[in-house]
Design a protein. Structure first.
Length: 93
């Protein structure tokens, strides 16, 4: 039982949801957001459908791009055993 507790605690501490932010121009000036999922297969190694942040910005010169793997993305990835691994991109302008 003690070993099971240690394994569970270790697995919870070693997991994470990655996130990165890119600032284009002077960054977002308002609160208008556009969100799309990115689609990858084989543990995220092969992109199938990746969002275009420039197109999502709709011609804006100043915007912020935030790409992350949310809890829902991680859950979907876990349910498919990593065969399908989505992430989420949000553009704020």
């Amino acid at each position: 039982m003690k070993m099971m507790t240690v394994v569970f605690a270790s697995s919870m501490l070693l997991t994470s949801c990655y996130s990165y932010t890119s600032v284009v121009g002077e960054g977002a000036k308002g609160n208008s957001q556009t969100t799309q999922w990115n689609h990858y297969v084989v543990y995220g190694l092969a992109p199938v459908g990746v969002s275009d942040s420039k197109q999502m910005a709709g011609g804006a010169k100043d915007y912020t791009v935030h790409t992350r793997q949310s809890f829902v993305n991680g859950l979907v990835s876990a349910l498919t055993f990593g065969i399908y691994t989505p992430s989420t991109t949000t553009v704020t302008k």
